[in-house]
Design a protein around this ligand. Sequence first.
Ligand SMILES: Cc1cc2nc3c(=O)[nH]c(=O)nc-3n(C[C@H](O)[C@H](O)[C@H](O)COP(=O)(O)OP(=O)(O)OC[C@H]3O[C@@H](n4cnc5c(N)ncnc54)[C@H](O)[C@@H]3O)c2cc1C
Length: 476
Amino acid sequence: MMKFPAPDLIARFAEIVSPRHAITDPDLMGRYLVEWRDLFRGETPLVLRPGSVDEVAAILALANESGVVVVPQGGNTGLVGSQIPPPGSGEIILSLERLNRIRSIDPQGLSLVVEAGATLEAIHAAAEEADRLFPLTLASQGSCQIGGNIATNAGGTAVLSYGNARSLVLGLEVVLADGRIWNGLRRLGKDNSGYDLKQMFIGSEGTLGVITAAALKLFHRPRGQSVAFASVASPRDALALLGRAQSIAGFGLTGFELMIGKAMEFALRHIPGSRLPVGEPAPWYVLLEISSGLSEAEAMAAMERVLGEALEAEEVVDATLAASLTQSQDFWKLRHGLSEVQKHEGGSIKHDVSVPTGDMPAFLEEAISAVTEAFPGCRPAAFGHMGDGNIHFNVSQPVGADKEAYLAQWEAMNEVVHRVVLKYDGSVAAEHGVGRLKLDLIARTKPEVDLDLMRTLKAALDPKGTLNPNRVIRRT
Ligand SMILES: Cc1cc2nc3c(=O)[nH]c(=O)nc-3n(C[C@H](O)[C@H](O)[C@H](O)COP(=O)(O)OP(=O)(O)OC[C@H]3O[C@@H](n4cnc5c(N)ncnc54)[C@H](O)[C@@H]3O)c2cc1C
């Protein structure tokens, strides 16, 4: 049974971390309680900032014993509300931000062991200092933490070549709901000595355990990269371009991002100093990145060949190859800015979905015509990771419409888009997870056996329901 912690219980929790790392003053809690898109605003009697794994274990043990619900929180950049306690719930926040040390780095063995609260950007910097690469790349990397990345199985723009967070984890250290510490922090490339327990926690959104540290895979840094920005007439042409780029560059194709013209129009309007990299506005754009382990010249040659052949085959209307690092960064800045700029265009109804990559053109055609027919004047501003079949099918409000009235149609529009997603056997929660936002949607759209297995796992690892309950799967 969930419990609103009484003052004496709050004092016991505070004692574990020392009172200066226990926040009870609502004026100091703002940044833990507002979600980045402002879709969720929460409330909590207590934010705890433990400084060691033992403190995390003691907090979870006390919570389990006393029936208090704990919500693990990393950088608070999650987009489905699972890190935010609902108002009046009495749930307390366990922030991992002080557990942020790089414990060790092995450049030869290509691994790094890091505490959960380290930001993704800090991990990039540590890897770079050792002349290695940690490839996970998200626009939120300055704030999001590796524990949050693993708990959400984050994707981003480098999945095409390196996989999502799951494929970058060698081992984990996790505190279980009852306070026991599971030490699975191994750095093995192979281990078939039973169930691969770490996989349960990856993507579980803090509902099965609190990740306190991770052993991660590192890679050799590419010696050269080439970035290009191309305009294409349709997603069908983009798919043909993807196939061509993959056949020429293989795993060297490290980025392939599809962007609709409307999303780019927003970026050009709201990102100061930005300009369109190609001559004329087009219905769709693609950002390509090719990396080489040998040299920049090799990456450039592969990109030139991709674009040359694609122009000849008329898959590409126009293309610009970045001539400098600054220009490459400018191209990526346009892509990374696409979430942010939509905020300036009023309300935006989101669909983080995936379909098999080959079905992406048909899905986009159908979904765009379905929403524009059902919601006249709405502006589809879709963009995403075409190579992974994952598109952020965001739809901005009609120009001049009332934001609140538009957003009130959230579920109705979701219904229209998700019908098309399910027709293509796609996922309605492709990258950002389920959290609180998609709890009912998942319950409606997943087969009963899937839901039953998920409930079994939750009940086995958190029988008292004190760890982030009613996220991912509802308690029965
Ligand atoms: C501008 C922007 C761009 C983004 N781009 C992408 C993208 O390209 N790809 C993508 O996948 N996501 C993206 N996201 C979403 C978000 O950044 C990721 O989900 C990120 O992995 C969340 O990390 P966090 O540390 O902020 O976690 P939080 O938001 O704090 O938490 C997210 C979830 O993880 C749980 N959690 C956090 N830390 C731990 C821990 N140590 N142990 C157990 N559970 C934990 C929380 O309880 C919650 O359920 C983006 C977000 C923004 C704002």
